[in-house]
Design a protein around this ligand. Structure first.
Ligand SMILES: C[S@@+](CC[C@H](N)C(=O)[O-])C[C@H]1O[C@@H](n2cnc3c(N)ncnc32)[C@H](O)[C@@H]1O
Length: 460
């Protein structure tokens, strides 16, 4: 599985100069003064450092890092030192935070994940989920009865999604890889909240050097806008009456942003649902629409909007829970499978667990969930995701606690001393890091190569 790393460099990029008139045309109906347009063009050549999105249960002060809060999202923090490399800090390897562009937090703020209005029992679909920047934030905020379906149609993008969801330690998610229209015909009216973080022309990615200036071309913008409308129609069908849709992009073109909001109101009959505390970022071109700009907000830039499906009746299907797959005997050595709290699905190569109160339809559409075990040849092994789980009776029966020095050594891939025999989870101050298998003296390191951290700073 590929682990997506988000670097924290703040150096000035060497991206090609951006033609100001091309930029003005690409913005569409949005207008800036000549000076501000030049400022924006300059800012698009600058790389903005990633920020930290903390686990909701953590208090920033407990990390003993020098951080300043992000204004638009309560769990977002920026290192005060612009040269800081938070991807090299031990708390990152231990799963205390996710690194992403501050602009990505706008959609989370629009979904009100960090507010009193968030409902932990929500059924959520992230329709365009990889690599999981938003899906992982949702998974961390779900409580009993809540569930996330993270959908990503491009299969090659699934490993990063799988990995980032595993890092949350939650089991309240499943992963599908369907075209949105297929999913909508399988699961009409099933969700309280659908996130559409749409594929787009990606003009904001210019500053992260993950997009070329073709992002400015009208053909690219029109192509993206047409695809977004198809996805949005499906997203509406997935919502229950009154359910919420949060639409977001990382591009500046109004054709892919405010125009789409107006289209959803006019053509799909949706209503807008303003987010009061985002008023400072409100767009004048459509209601309940918010923007961040690289030259104003020290991020790559983003757009988010909040809408609701009307109360019209939706014909819901009934689903029957599929019987759990039979759990083989050798899996019982690590976990208690006798509990009624879980359902199991998978194949004879991978076993996934979901809480037994997860929606009945999960096994119909899911390819993966929280992986508990996988088989190589005839031998079952416990999965890395199972070690990282932070709740529930499926926790390993055995764990060993290590200090920061041992944790760094383990995370770099080294064996560690362990007097327990067999499989144990290695923990740092209660945070699970991964598996070892010990002969009673030395614990062999079972961290997947993609989850190792060879260059952690020693002081943090
Ligand atoms: C902006 S990215 C999503 C980022 C993700 N939400 C996050 O926060 O990490 C858009 C995603 O949509 C996926 N995608 C591409 N075509 C799609 C389609 N027709 N329907 C749904 N998603 C699509 C892309 O593969 C990509 O992973």
């Amino acid at each position: 599985m590929a682990w997506r790393r988000f670097g924290g460099s703040s150096s000035v990029g060497d991206a090609k100069a951006i033609d100001v008139s091309d930029l003005a045309a690409a913005l569409g109906k949005w207008t800036f003064s000549a000076d501000e347009l030049t400022e924006l063009a300059t800012s698009l050549r600058r790389r903005h450092s990633s920020i930290l999105r903390l686990r909701p249960e953590l208090v920033a002060a407990s990390l003993e890092l020098s951080l300043a809060p992000i204004e638009w999202y309560s769990f977002g923090y920026r290192p005060t030192d612009p040269l800081a490399r938070p991807s090299r800090w031990l708390p990152f390897a231990a799963g205390d935070y996710y690194l992403q562009d501050a602009g990505s937090l706008l959609a989370l703020a629009a979904a009100e994940l960090d507010s009193q209005r968030w409902h932990p029992a929500n059924l959520v679909c992230d329709l365009c989920a990889a690599p999981g920047g938003k899906a992982s934030a949702v998974a961390e905020q779900l409580g009993p009865a809540g569930f996330l379906l993270a959908n990503e149609p491009i299969r090659s993008r699934l490993p990063a999604l799988v990995h980032n969801l595993a890092r949350t330690g939650s089991d309240r998610f499943a992963i599908s890889s369907r075209d949105p229209a297929d999913l909508a015909s399988e699961l009409p009216g099933c969700f309280d909240l659908v996130l559409v973080d749409a594929p787009c022309s990606g003009q904001a990615l210019l500053s992260r050097k993950r997009q070329s200036t073709t992002a400015m071309q009208s053909s690219q913008i029109e192509h993206s806008a047409a695809r977004q409308r198809r996805i949005l129609s499906s997203a509406k069908s997935l919502l229950r009456p009154g359910g919420r849709l949060v639409y977001s992009t990382c591009t500046f073109a109004t054709a892919e942003n405010e125009d789409q909001v107006n289209w959803m109101v006019d053509e799909l009959g949706m209503t807008v649902d303003p987010v009061d505390r985002l008023q400072a970022y409100a767009s004048d071109l459509a209601p309940a629409s918010y923007r961040l700009w690289p030259h104003r907000h020290s991020c790559a830039g983003s757009f988010a909007a909040s809408l609701r499906r009307g109360d019209e009746a939706v014909e819901r299907r009934t689903y029957r829970t599929q019987p759990s797959v039979k759990v083989e005997r050798d899996l019982r050595q690590w976990f208690d499978f006798s509990d009624e709290a879980h359902r199991w699905f998978g194949s004879n190569a991978n076993l996934y667990a979901i809480p037994s109160d997860a929606p009945e339809w999960v096994e119909r559409v899911a390819d993966q969930g929280c992986e508990i075990a996988y088989r190589t040849g005839k031998v079952w092994k416990p999965s890395h995701a199972a070690a990282l789980r932070r709740s529930g009776p499926l926790r390993s029966q055995q764990a060993i606690d290590v200090d920061a020095t041992q944790a760094r050594s383990y995370l770099a891939g080294s064996p560690i001393p362990c007097t327990l025999r067999g499989w144990s989870v290695v923990r740092l101050h209660g945070r699970p890091l991964g598996w070892i298998k010990s002969d009673g003296r030395t614990g062999k390191n079972h961290l997947p190569a993609a989850s190792r951290f060879a260059n952690l700073d020693s002081g943090r």
